[in-house]
Design a protein around this ligand. Structure first.
Ligand code: CDP
Ligand code: CDP
Length: 250
């Protein structure tokens, strides 16, 4: 089988990872895997079972939940849990976001999800891309895949063909999230740019300081500050890096 060109995109919350990754995947006909959605899905399962992710006495139980869960991506923007339930919209709620820290810092959760993420990147997680032309779908193989998250370039795919580290000013990121909520009609009561900024900074702090797989730029990652870029500009910049490296890759 042909090798898959793997693109790892990491960076802090709202730096533009998923927007950029999706557009790149569409343009290049690559697969796309949203690793953050997987942490969100485990958080949702815990909350439904009445387990608080921050309760350290529940760490073993939470790890077992992750080990027993399958997470699949039937298309670019859907996340399905245990093969039956589409949780795409529910996992984006602020309740999930504010509870995710205890799941993301759980070592056995990370081990279970790492295994799934590496299988997805290799393309041997067949049921995942059912219904669309994805990695190794129906024997068809895509030329590449993009995975975004926090530890993709450092831990999950340390030998990725391209690693990108996206950053953006916290004020800009908060404003973007706010605008996105307004646009989607999802602005919750009492939400302000300032409040969102504090939450983003709090999550960045948790993500960069946790013991297991903290958010960190890989030594060989290309850093791109999107603060003053438009979405097409940041997509084009990375697309050019991919095309240059793909010439040598084949
Ligand atoms: O879209 P946003 O950047 O707000 O978040 P996300 O990518 O959906 O990730 C949500 C949370 O999951 C992050 O704040 C991390 O705590 C965790 N996560 C992680 O630990 N490792 C990853 N590879 C991806 C996400
Ligand atoms: O995945 P991550 O949390 O890193 O960020 P995102 O959800 O892709 O992007 C956060 C928001 O910033 C989205 O509403 C994007 O449309 C917006 N945005 C951007 O990503 N890049 C720009 N140059 C301008 C806006």
């Amino acid at each position: 089988t042909a090798r898959i060109f793997r693109v790892a995109i990491d960076g802090p919350a709202a730096s533009g990872k998923s927007t950029t990754a999706k557009l790149l995947a569409e343009k290049l006909s690559f697969g796309y895997i949203d690793s953050g959605a997987m942490y969100r899905a485990i958080t949702l399962k815990c909350l439904r079972l009445g387990i608080s992710p921050s309760d350290s006495s529940k760490a073993t139980e939470i790890g077992k939940i992750a080990q027993a869960t399958t997470i699949t991506f039937p298309n670019m923007s859907s996340v399905v849990v245990d093969k039956t339930e589409d949780v795409s919209s529910e996992i984006r709620s602020s309740t999930i976001t504010s509870n995710i820290g205890g799941v993301a810092s759980n070592k056995s959760v990370r081990e279970a999800l790492a295994e799934m993420q590496r299988a997805l990147a290799r393309g041997d997680y067949p049921e995942t891309f059912e219904g669309r032309e994805g990695i190794n779908h129906n024997g068809k193989q895509v030329k590449g895949m993009v995975m975004d998250g926090r530890d993709i370039g450092t831990v999950i795919l340390p030998d990725a063909e391209l690693k990108v580290f996206l950053i953006a000013d916290a004020q800009v990121r908060a404003q973007r999230r706010y605008d996105e909520m307004v646009q989607r009609n999802k602005l919750e009561e009492g939400e302000t740019v300032d409040k969102i900024k504090k939450e983003l900074e709090q999550r960045d702090h948790e993500d960069t300081t946790r013991a297991v797989s903290p958010l960190k730029k890989a030594d060989d990652a290309v850093e791109l500050d999107t603060s003053n870029l438009t979405i097409p500009q940041q997509v084009e910049a990375i697309e050019e890096l991919i095309r240059n490296r793909m010439d040598k890759f084949q």
